[in-house]
Ligand binder design. Structure first.
Ligand code: 4NP
Length: 164
């Protein structure tokens, strides 16, 4: 069993998109029973709210529903419940490190650190561009799933200590 928590600022655009895209990927491979997949926010801005229309509309193009998902906040108590706690961008990682206990088990990653081109997921909040976000998230989820299935060494990421 592999347990994954995707994390972004509000838990209405990017991390729910990653949650439902990854769920769809493992379902299509017949692997659903081997995964626990969820998403959470670092902020309180959108708690209790449904997934943003831009994300639901984009995922609907691929037959993926986000029904029932409501924004929840990341808690320190989540740390032992997951194997991977995965932020969408570097600022999410900094916020996650403030909420979570010290990452003694190396569980905290940025999604596209699993890609050959490590970078932040495009943020659609100000641009309204959910297409680029979807492409980034598909790339990241594919790379993450390949990593898990092949048990490659975990990626290393440089986070400047000054941000801590
Ligand atoms: P998300 O998008 O972090 O991808 O869910 C955002 C949601 C809310 C805000 C910013 C981004 N906000 O500023 O409230």
């Amino acid at each position: 069993m592999t347990r994954i928590l995707f994390v972004c600022l509000g838990n209405i655009c990017r991390s729910p998109m990653a949650e439902f895209v990854f769920r769809d990927m493992v379902k299509k491979r017949g692997l659903s029973a081997q995964f626990i997949i969820a998403s959470a926010a670092t902020s309180t801005e959108e708690l209790g709210n449904a997934v943003h229309y831009g994300t639901t509309a984009k995922l609907a193009q691929y037959g993926i529903s986000t029904e029932g998902k409501r924004a929840v906040q990341l808690k320190a108590a989540d740390y032992p419940l997951y194997d991977y706690l995965i932020g969408m961008e570097q600022s999410n990682i900094f916020a996650m490190r403030r909420i979570l206990p010290t990452d003694t088990d190396n569980k905290i990653y940025r999604l596209l650190d699993f890609s050959p081109q490590p970078r932040d997921i495009a943020d659609p909040w100000y641009t309204g561009d959910f297409d680029t976000t979807y492409n980034d998230i598909s790339e990241g989820c594919t790379a993450l799933l390949n990593h898990i299935l092949s048990e490659q060494p975990k990626p290393t990421t440089f986070y400047p200590l000054s941000f801590k």
